[in-house]
Design a binder for this molecule. Structure first.
Ligand code: ACO
Length: 328
């Protein structure tokens, strides 16, 4: 039996509308200088009012299928990582299957916030062990703008919308990449550091007002410290359990949340800055979609080449964190 987890193709979708830092100055008391110097973010995408999370998922999935030269009928599972589903039920995966005409697929969502892509790779690796014939569409789609408090300058400048998809299988002939290892961790005792509500925690009645807790709330400084420590530590763990050192890594693709976090993780890992891929300036933090959007961007720009070893890492609400080693 072949135990490989192969990435056949990536597909992406980002909404057309670009929000610049200056656009945000019209909404909250901020400045391009503050946002750029504290976060490295210059632009982020914002979905149209009529767009949904599954619309973005479908667009990314279609591109991945086209690039993989596959039909919808070839897919066996649709798995969506998202913390911003359009409804709690039906899942984004079910809605996506419906829109793609993939009613034969197993379809479900999971929520690991910004760690969604790497958690998804771990889920799919396990599925492919059990079902080597599976061809899985792993999609990460996030409608972060729908959960922003647009009067909270400490959060609304940080996030953007977008989606990315990939096809995973055990038997690809010429895969885009092979997943060598993936590690995932989480700790709900620190969950209060990043929250948004809208679940079943409180008894609600028809007509109740929406409170601030519906929107994303974050203790930025605390999150910053945990993000740096957790991502650096889990990367070290992934390297050492595979008998590798940071010198064996050609490209680091970290979660694109904040340039200062990315630089601090790079410093801790002692990796040369030119080996660290970033596109946070253009998209902000797109949560689960962040790492696969960055992978696709890096491939498009020639920053990842065939034969290279790539280390990915992510950190997000939960708290959750993870690392993955891939060979392109
Ligand atoms: N414009 C201008 N001033 C601002 C803004 C803004 N957009 N936001 C905050 N400030 C102010 C604050 O009010 C504060 O003012 P005060 O000193 O008068 O009280 C001052 O700037 C400093 O605020 P801090 O929060 O201490 O600023 P910091 O340097 O820590 O940067 C930031 C804030 C960018 C949020 C940083 O803490 C950060 O990046 N944290 C991590 C966020 C992250 O990466 N999250 C990823 C996971 S999210 C997920 O998984 C869904």
């Amino acid at each position: 039996m072949n135990h490989r987890c192969c990435l056949t193709a990536l597909g992406v979708y980002t909404p057309e509308h670009i929000l610049s830092n200056n656009d945000l100055c019209a909404l909250v008391d901020t400045s391009d200088e503050w946002i750029t110097s504290r976060t490295g973010i210059r632009f982020r995408r914002k979905m149209a009012d009529t767009e949904t999370t599954s619309d973005m998922a479908v667009a990314a999935a279609r591109q991945a299928l086209e690039r993989a030269s596959l039909q919808v009928s070839d897919i066996t599972h649709i798995i969506v990582g998202t913390c911003t589903p359009e409804k709690l039920c039906p899942s984004v995966a079910s809605l996506t299957a419906g829109k793609l005409g993939a009613g034969h697929c197993m379809a479900f969502d999971f929520n690991a916030a910004c760690s969604g892509y790497l958690y998804g790779l771990s889920i799919c690796r396990g599925l492919l062990l059990a079902e080597p014939q599976a061809r899985i569409l792993l999609i990460c789609a996030e409608a972060m703008s729908r959960r922003m408090n647009w009067s909270d300058r400490s959060t609304c400048v940080l996030f953007g919308d977008g989606a990315a998809a990939c096809v995973l299988s055990a038997d690809a002939n010429a895969p885009l990449a092979v997943l060598r290892d993936v590690l995932c961790a989480g700790d709900g005792s620190l969950g209060r550091l990043i929250t948004f509500g809208g679940g079943t925690e409180h008894v609600r009645n028809v007509g109740d007002p929406i409170g601030e807790d519906y929107f994303l709330q974050m203790q930025g400084r605390e999150v910053f410290k945990h993000a740096v420590r957790r991502m650096a530590d889990i990367c070290q763990e992934a390297l050492s359990r595979n008998g590798l050192s940071i010198d064996d890594v050609d490209v680091l693709v970290p979660h694109q949340a904040n340039m200062r976090i990315i630089e601090a993780v790079g410093d801790r890992l002692h990796i040369a800055p030119e080996k660290v891929f970033t596109n946070v300036a253009d998209y902000g933090n797109t949560s689960a979609a962040s790492v696969p959007l960055a992978l696709d961007d890096a491939l498009g720009k020639g920053a990842i080449l065939p034969g290279q070893r790539v280390l990915c890492t992510s950190f997000g609400a939960g708290l959750t964190w993870s690392a993955a080693l891939m060979e392109f």
